[in-house]
Write a protein that binds this ligand. Structure first.
Ligand code: DSN
Length: 436
């Protein structure tokens, strides 16, 4: 294991101050160190990002924005938030950035409030096809306070764009319903997004284009996926997925009027005091993503996803849409074994030390708690240093575990091999060996 003296001293401090919490954190650290993280929305932050979160910046209320706060003593908080904003703007080539959203869902809430009045209509991809809760799910704010209409994928197997966005049908939905907003950007969509095409539809329908790039932000920042700018009017994202920052959100725009509305919608519309320690860590993460080696990281993320997808295809699995252009893939398990479900696969793989999430595939006949698919992603394992060879080994392990239906002997064998591989690729900044 690599050695991070700060993480180690934090654990030492907690062992004295609160051994119960120390024990749990230590166990989680050990779990992360010894398992393969394939959840597409997760990553391992650098020690600098990790420890920027554990600083005195947390002690301060800083409601408002730099230069216009509702509390005294915000001099240094103004500086850190301004730095985070400037770096975010540079990273994404945008004129305005709001770095205060606590999450991607709250970034979306601010974007919606800035762009629409309650009850107004927006167009999005439905959750079961790869969208997100905040893209119009019935019991989410987005489906409760606004009126979603959904555009489809191509569901016809014989179509060359099978399981990709049906842009022509999207145009028809938008021309018919005249939504105020067209939302693009997804949680489980493995293909490149044509932002220019969405903008043309938005212009025809008289809508604003909002791009939620939560998943692909790191790829966009590195130039490995086309940028939503200059096409999107508003861009929202999380900061903790491919972007490899602290858990949080971000809103960007090039439009000054929209920027003012977004700021007002976020605070005081949606949130109170910003999480300034997280904003400090966002500044660090944006600084890291501006460095040349982040481009290399993002390229390797995509290459690793493709290596894993190809490895699974060779083993008889079907990857929806035939592959991936980004960091994630959806595996249709039924091609390997008609009885296999996402729920079983997730559970069996976890026992073998391979962490995934069950996920519906387009047109999935099974319910969301069961599913016919797994969503796999490469951001975390790429951070760890895995390359194509390791991805092929992982494909083999997945097949061994699922082929055996989670049988004990096969699972134990894979668990041991996973442990060995993880030991050879220590996490950035893991503390010294567990001893709580
Ligand atoms: N829950 C996240 C994901 O896993 O994609 C999206 O917010």
């Amino acid at each position: 294991m690599s050695h991070d003296p700060i993480a180690e001293s934090v654990l030492d401090l907690l062992r004295d101050a609160d051994p119960d919490v120390a024990t749990i954190i230590n166990a989680e650290q050990e779990r992360q160190a010894s398992t393969i993280e394939l959840i597409a929305s997760e990553n391992h932050v650098s020690p600098a990002v990790m420890h920027a979160m554990g600083t005195c910046l947390t002690n301060k209320y800083a409601e408002g924005y730099p230069g216009a706060r509702y509390y005294g003593g915000c001099e240094h908080h103004d500086r850190i938030e301004t730095l985070a904003r400037e770096r975010a703007k540079q990273l994404f080539g945008a004129r305005f950035a709001n770095v205060q959203p606590h999450s991607g869902a709250q970034a979306n809430m601010a974007a919606f409030m800035a762009a629409m009045k309650p009850g107004e209509t927006f167009a999005s991809l439905v959750l079961k096809d790869g969208g997100h809760l905040s893209h119009g799910m019935k019991i989410n704010f987005s489906g409760t306070f606004y009126t979603p209409v959904h555009y489809p994928l191509h569901y016809d197997e014989s179509h060359p764009d099978f399981e990709r966005i049906d842009y022509e049908a999207c145009r028809e939905v938008c021309v018919e319903h005249k939504p105020k907003v067209i939302l693009c950007g997804y949680s489980a969509y493995p293909r490149e997004i044509d932002f220019a095409r969405f903008r043309a539809i938005a212009d025809e329908a008289g809508a604003l284009l909002v791009a939620d790039i939560a998943h692909i932000a790191g790829l966009v920042a590195a130039g490995v996926h086309p940028s939503p700018f200059p096409h999107a009017h508003i861009v929202t994202t999380t900061t903790h997925k491919t972007l490899r920052g602290p858990r949080g959100g971000l809103v960007l725009t090039n439009d000054e009027e929209l920027a003012k509305k977004i700021d007002r919608s976020l605070f005081p519309g949606v949130q109170g005091g910003p999480l300034m320690h997280i904003i400090g860590a966002k500044a660090v993460a944006f600084g890291e993503a501006l460095k040349p080696d982040f481009k290399d990281y993002a390229k390797r993320v995509v290459a690793n996803a493709q290596a894993l997808a190809n490895g699974l295809i060779e083993k008889g699995y079907r990857i929806t849409s035939g592959g991936t252009d980004n960091h994630l893939m959806l595996v249709d398990l039924r091609a390997r074994d008609a009885e296999l479900t996402g729920a079983d696969a997730e559970k069996w793989l976890e026992a073998a030390g391979v962490i995934t999430n069950k996920n519906g595939i387009p047109d999935d006949p099974r319910p969301p708690r069961i599913t016919s698919g797994l969503r796999l992603g490469s951001p975390a394992v790429t951070t760890r240093g895995f390359g194509a060879d390791e991805m092929r080994r992982i494909a083999g392990w997945i097949d061994t575990v699922l082929g055996s239906k989670g049988e004990d002997g096969a699972t134990r064998q894979v668990r041991e091999e996973v442990r060995e591989l993880c030991a050879a690729f220590p996490l950035p900044g893991s503390a010294a060996p567990a001893r709580a």
